[in-house]
Design a protein around this ligand. Structure first.
Ligand code: DX5
Ligand code: ZN
Length: 238
C-alpha cells in the first residue's frame, strides 16, 4: 500500500502528538502545526508537520486513558487531507484498529507486548486489510528479536524512547542502539519511528540512529503557537 509512510516525499517526517495539545481547542491546535497545503500541491513547508500522531491509551495496557475513535473521526472531518497516525497503547489492538480505521485513520501501530507471538503476523495482516498501513511498537525494555522475525509484516517500527503512558517524560538513550540495529535491517519502504522525550536538544542523536519519523508531543504543543514552526524545523535536523 502506498501512502506517506511507504512513499514519503521527504524524510524525516515530523509527527506532533496531539496528546500535549489543549484538548478544549483541539481543532485550532492542530491547525497551528498543519500546513494549509497539507496533502497536496508542490509546496513543502519545512515548518509544518507531516502528519498528526494520536496516542490512544486504554487504562489497561498503560494506566492512562486518552482518546478514542471519535477524536480521530472529528480530526478527519476537520482536516480531510491530514495523515492520521494512530498509536494504540491498548491490550486488545484488533477491535480498536477496526474502529480507528473506520474513523478515518491512515495508519495504525500496535505494541509487540500486547499480542501473543503466534498472532503477530496475523494481526498485522488483518489491520492491513482495513486499508491502513501497520506498525509495530517496541517498549524500552523489549528486545527487537520478534520485530526482526516479522520484519516484512510491518510498514513501520516504532521504537519507544520512554515507557508509554504520559507525555513530557525524559528520553531513554539506551534505545538508540536498538534503533540503529532495526534501521540497518529495515527495507527501503519501511519507516523507523521514535516516540518519547524527543526535542531539538536530542534530535541529532535520534536521526543519527536511523529514525525517520520523529514524534514529539510536549516539545511542539508545549510551546506557544508562534514558536511551533521553528521547533518542527529543528526536528528535521536542519
Ligand atoms: C508515550 C506516547 C508519546 C508521548 C510523547 O506515552 O506514546 O507519543 O505522548 O510525548 P513527549 O514528546 O512529550 O515525550
Ligand atoms: Zn505515541
Amino acid at each position: 500500500m502506498r501512502n506517506l509512510f511507504t512513499n514519503p516525499r521527504r524524510l524525516p517526517l515530523v509527527a506532533p502528538s496531539i496528546l500535549s495539545a489543549d484538548f478544549a481547542r483541539m481543532g485550532e491546535e492542530c491547525a497551528t502545526v498543519l500546513s494549509p497545503v497539507a496533502g497536496g500541491g508542490a509546496v513543502v513547508d519545512e515548518g509544518a508537520a507531516d502528519l498528526l500522531h494520536l496516542d490512544v491509551m486504554d487504562g489497561h495496557f498503560v494506566p492512562n486513558l486518552t482518546m478514542g475513535p471519535d477524536m480521530c473521526r472529528a480530526l478527519r472531518r476537520a482536516f480531510p487531507a491530514a495523515f492520521l497516525d494512530v498509536h494504540l497503547m491498548v491490550t486488545d489492538p484488533l477491535p480498536h484498529a477496526r474502529a480507528f480505521a473506520a474513523a478515518g485513520a491512515s495508519h495504525v501501530t500496535f505494541h509487540v507486548e500486547a499480542v501473543p507471538e503466534n498472532l503477530l503476523g496475523e494481526t498485522a495482516a488483518k489491520i492491513r486489510e482495513l486499508g491502513v498501513t501497520v506498525g509495530l511498537a517496541i517498549n524500552p525494555p523489549t528486545a527487537i528479536d520478534r520485530a526482526l522475525d516479522y520484519l516484512e509484516a510491518f510498514d513501520l517500527f516504532l521504537v519507544m524512547s520512554v515507557n508509554p503512558g504520559y507525555s513530557g517524560q525524559a528520553f531513554i538513550p539506551e534505545v538508540l542502539e536498538k534503533t540503529r540495529a532495526l534501521s540497518a535491517e529495515a527495507l527501503p519502504s519501511q519507516r523507523i519511528q521514535m516516540d518519547g522525550g524527543i526535542g531539538p536538544g536530542n534530535i541529532a542523536a535520534v536521526l543519527d540512529a536511523g529514525c525517520d519519523v520523529v514524534v514529539a508531543a510536549s516539545a511542539v504543543f508545549g510551546r506557544p503557537p508562534a514558536e511551533r514552526a521553528n521547533v518542527i524545523r529543528a526536528l528535521r535536523g536542519r
